[in-house]
Design a protein around this ligand. Structure first.
Ligand SMILES: [Zn+2]
Length: 150
């Protein structure tokens, strides 16, 4: 189907697409354009008339459209989240630029705003502190780590 033109047919010009009656691709005479996304066409070989629709109009009426839109919305939300995350990381990085880098150790008790050096995740900044957990903003993502473990 990829060899078929995806643009709209033009009235008075020949249009090449599949004829179901002939069972093969034929040149059609374009008779009319009843809607902006469909055309009434007539096979130049067998004379069968049918309505042709653009690929986009087919997509809009199929069940894949809502899923596609949802996936796009998810991708947008993910991009927005990633942007917000890197902005937060940059802000913390700048506000704590002269702070001491503390090596991460689960036995250490950390305070909010501590600059942390993690052997695997790199440089991070402690955003929230709970008795046994810390939420750390690393460059790639926010991770929850244990601390104050005795
Ligand atoms: Zn035909």
């Amino acid at each position: 189907m990829s060899t078929h033109p995806s643009e709209m047919p033009v009235v008075g010009k020949s249009f090449y697409t599949e004829c179901k009656k002939c069972g093969t691709d034929r040149y059609f005479t374009v008779l009319a354009l009843p809607t902006p996304t469909s055309a009434k066409i007539k096979c130049e070989v067998c004379g069968a008339q049918r309505t042709w629709k653009t690929a986009s109009s087919k997509k809009a009426t199929s069940s894949t459209a809502p899923r596609g839109a949802a996936a796009k919305a998810r991708a947008n939300a993910e991009a927005a989240r990633a942007t917000a995350h890197s902005a937060e990381y940059e802000n913390l990085s700048q506000s704590l630029t002269s702070a001491t880098e503390n090596p991460y150790n689960m036995k250490t008790s950390f305070a909010k705003g501590t600059k942390l050096k993690h052997p695997k995740f790199g440089l991070g900044f402690i955003r929230t502190v709970q008795p046994d957990k810390i939420e750390v903003v690393f460059q790639d993502e926010v991770r929850t780590l244990v601390h104050n473990r005795r």
